[in-house]
Design a protein around this ligand. Sequence first.
Ligand code: SF4
Ligand code: SF4
Length: 130
Amino acid sequence: MIGLTKTTARELARRGITANAVAPGYIEFDMTKKDLPNNPCENCGICCLSFSLPPFDANELVRASDDLLRQVDDYAHSARYQDSNPCLWLDLDSGKCRHHESRPFLCRWFEPGWAACNDLRVKAGLPILE
Ligand code: SF4
Ligand code: SF4
């Protein structure tokens, strides 16, 4: 479904038509709270070290606010960007995304426990997720 949406978005963008997929992640509420394991992303954040900037795709950037575009531009010209590659939005102290609700589609798609996630965790010496 995600691949279909991306293909459709690319095809229709030139006509000014936007294609979106709504793919909410795990939703925590009273009934599920007791079964929730600790969030495996807490104290990890390794995938966020692989990006310099929030990995928005072209469609998302077209719709991004001026403020966000300014942040991205400022960061791309900053010393921090030159020295290393933590994502602009990664809080290095907590390992959490500062703007989790506004994170790009790619970040929403990158699931804990997927092969790409576990590859990064193994390289960092962390246990793989089942
Ligand atoms: S998705 Fe995987 S690599 Fe990324 S923060 Fe979560 S556990 Fe770590
Ligand atoms: S936007 Fe947030 S979730 Fe995505 S790579 Fe950056 S810090 Fe991580």
